[in-house]
Design a protein around this ligand. Sequence first.
Ligand code: XBP
Ligand code: MG
Length: 257
Amino acid sequence: MALEALIFDVDGTLSETERDGHLVAFNRAFKEAGLDWHWSEALYGELLAVTGGKERIRFYLDKYNTGFERPDNLDEFIAGLHASKTSHYVDLLATGGIPLRKGVIRLLDEARAEGLRLAIATTTTVDNVTALLEHAVSSEAIDWFEVIGAGDVVPAKKPAPDIYNYVLEKMNLKPEQCMAFEDSANGIKSAGGAGLPIIITVDSYTTHHDFTGARLILDNMGEPDQPFKVIGGSHASVVTGDDKYLNIDLVRRIHSA
Ligand code: XBP
Ligand code: MG
């Protein structure tokens, strides 16, 4: 089946948002709420095992801060903290700006020029996706994506396949007509569970993850003057010595091989 659409994860794939964005925003929200919690970079790496900010806070309480005296309405308490975290995250993007990763804007431009359909499948909040694209690209960039599958739109977040199934259904596409772009083990489980072929670009938190089943694993998408490194993948042999960066031609070859 011909390639019709590209479906992108956001955090870690489009941008290195976890360490420089989400972690900082969580800590600001905790401080603002008068809590003495502080998540270090190393602890956050462990907390990333659970996707979704609200789910991550609960995981932290269950596993790393069991002595915390929980308020009567824990759901409401977590939802309040998370709303504050989202607001700090959006502010961070607006003021500091977190750039998109190497090669991402080039690949998106090329895909649009070739008429490929684009979508997003992420566990993060939709406001965060809008803010990232607006500040890292432009206010129109959100419209490049036909479907934004984000956050609580499905009950089960990654590693469940639900968010990818949601996007496929909205676009009326079969998984074989698409390529998914991910950066993490939870992401590959989710996209793989929905039957999609996957290209991985690892990031600082995910280099040690298990990416079995990925067609191609790269350090990043690369640029003509800043070549990518092929780390592995079932279709890595499709990459020739002339391929220096991920372009649509290479995505198509990986897809059809
Ligand atoms: C992203 C996540 C999210 C963000 C926080 O995973 O795990 O939880 O860290 O987002 P993926 P919210 O890249 O696999 O989609 O706080 O908005 O939930
Ligand atoms: Mg990710």
